[in-house]
Design a protein around this ligand. Structure first.
Ligand code: ZN
Length: 133
């Protein structure tokens, strides 16, 4: 409830600024459907940014997002995945430091280029906020 009030007090322009400053936790629009960190409830991604549900993480299903918030990024390293060689970086929740998934920094196969700059979050680390289905 505190989050909701804070959002209402801030002009939209200021919210955008907040999300780009790493030391502040970003808040997504209270009206939109979103995914939050299951461990600490930090907002992670808007449902509108969801690109695909058909990914596989190390611990089960994972979703591909166009953009995420409140997420930090480790160093990139090359990994040979089922779909070929990729440069990927682990991503973690900036609030509770749980590793959530990874970011595709670079894909070397032409057919996989669409994933560059996108984020994978494992379903087991997310909850749908506001109880939407
Ligand atoms: Zn968290």
């Amino acid at each position: 409830m505190t989050y909701y009030l804070l959002f209402q007090l801030l002009p939209p322009r200021y919210m955008v600024k907040l999300s780009k400053v790493k030391t502040f936790q970003a808040y997504l629009d209270s009206c939109e459907r979103k995914y939050s960190c299951v461990h600490c409830r930090a907002h992670l991604a808007s449902h509108d940014e969801l690109l695909s549900k058909s990914f596989q993480g190390s611990q089960g299903r994972a979703y591909l997002f166009n953009s995420v918030v409140n997420v930090g990024c480790g160093p990139a390293e090359e990994r040979l995945l089922l779909t070929g060689l990729h440069a990927v970086a682990d991503i973690y929740c900036e609030s509770c430091h749980t590793t959530l998934g990874w970011k595709y920094e670079q894909a070397f196969e032409l057919s996989q280029k669409y994933k560059e700059g996108k984020f994978i979050i494992e379903v087991s680390h997310m909850i749908k906020d506001n109880g939407w289905e």
